[in-house]
Design a binder for this molecule. Structure first.
Ligand code: NDP
Length: 296
């Protein structure tokens, strides 16, 4: 293996430490405790794990965590009423509605009912527009975490060729906007992209956000390129015993690591940074709401 491993777990711990410092100062100097409300509708097992982890880490950095668990058959009217209540609650600075929502609920409508100033996921249409036009916004946590790791590793990204594989609203598109904002030359590849390996092989930076286990292999990667693997896929692992599974990314780690200059592992790469950025966004929202200078 030649690639340097970009340790998202260690980086996330540093981000959380910084967040905890800001929280302590907000408490001491302004008697304000940032608060994050997480709304979970239904019992999707993966979502339950994420929500538990978000709540735990929120409390660990000294913030208040407000968890709202609603039945899977909750009506849109009731969910919107809860969001309205949270929008108007001064102790709540960030609101996150865990996706996906059950099918009878209109995700766009629900997300766009969150006060954009409290939209710590950055999915509200106002924040999407602000990001797209280079204005101050709430930046989606997963792409923000990827950008932080890239900046930390490379310093300036200016002039680099970046390929983002995936064009979802929550990862691919905002990732591309952020890289463009840092003056990369950006290509977005997706399921209809022709000769995708050739497109990817031109890149200095590859961000894979596809949801297909180990799709990107070493022969897709330019020697020395940086690979950010956003994918989280659970696959069968018969070698670990019957019925056992393991997590893998969208990149085939071993073959990519033979060629790349640096690579994020799965688990331990992008995943931990996502929650750390959620906590950072909540502190930012809290500072903005109180007219205080924001953490960098
Ligand atoms: P989506 O399913 O919303 O989007 C996947 C994208 O990949 C689509 O744009 C799709 O193209 C593209 N795609 C699918 N198949 C191919 C293919 N064969 N070749 C090229 N492109 C393809 O997924 P998300 O963006 O929500 O998530 C992507 C991955 O990231 C998942 O594994 C998810 O679990 C993970 N994730 C991880 C997070 C973290 O914290 N680490 C947070 C969020 C997501 P098209 O648009 O043409 O269909």
């Amino acid at each position: 293996m030649t690639a340097r491993i970009i340790d998202g777990k260690a980086f996330a711990a540093k981000v959380r430490e910084k967040v905890a410092g800001h929280v302590a100062r907000l408490k001491e100097e302004h008697a304000i405790t940032p608060g994050l409300a997480v709304v979970l509708v239904g019992e999707d097992p993966a979502s339950q794990v994420y929500v538990r982890s978000k709540g735990k880490q929120t409390v660990e950095v000294g913030m208040n965590s407000y968890e709202h668990k609603l039945d899977a058959d909750t009506s849109e009217k009731d969910l919107l009423a809860l969001i309205d209540k949270l929008n108007n609650a001064p102790e709540v600075h960030g609101i996150l509605v865990q996706l996906p929502l059950p099918g009878h609920l209109n995700e766009d409508l629900v997300i766009n009912s969150i006060d954009p100033a409290k939209d710590v996921d950055g999915f509200h249409i106002s924040n999407v527009g602000l990001l797209g036009t280079g204005q101050k916004s709430m930046v989606p946590c997963t792409p923000l975490g990827c950008l932080m790791m890239l900046r930390d590793y490379h310093g300036s990204l200016s002039g680099m060729d970046a390929v983002v594989i995936g064009r979802s609203n929550i990862v691919g598109k905002p990732m591309a906007q952020l890289l463009l904002g840092d003056s990369c030359t950006v290509t977005i590849a997706h399921s209809r992209t022709k000769d995708i390996q050739d497109v990817t092989r031109r890149a200095d930076i590859v961000v894979a956000a596809v949801g297909r286990p180990e799709m990107v292999t070493g022969d897709w990667i330019k020697p020395g390129a940086t690979v950010i693997d956003v994918g989280i896929n659970r696959i069968d692992a018969p070698d670990k015993g019957e019925g056992q599974t393991r997590l893998v990314g969208d990149c085939h780690f071993d073959s990519c690591a033979e060629v790349a200059g640096a690579i994020t592992p799965v688990p331990g790469g992008v995943g931990p940074m996502t929650i750390a950025c959620l906590l950072a966004n909540t502190v930012t929202a809290c500072c903005r709401a109180n007219g205080l200078s924001e953490p960098e």
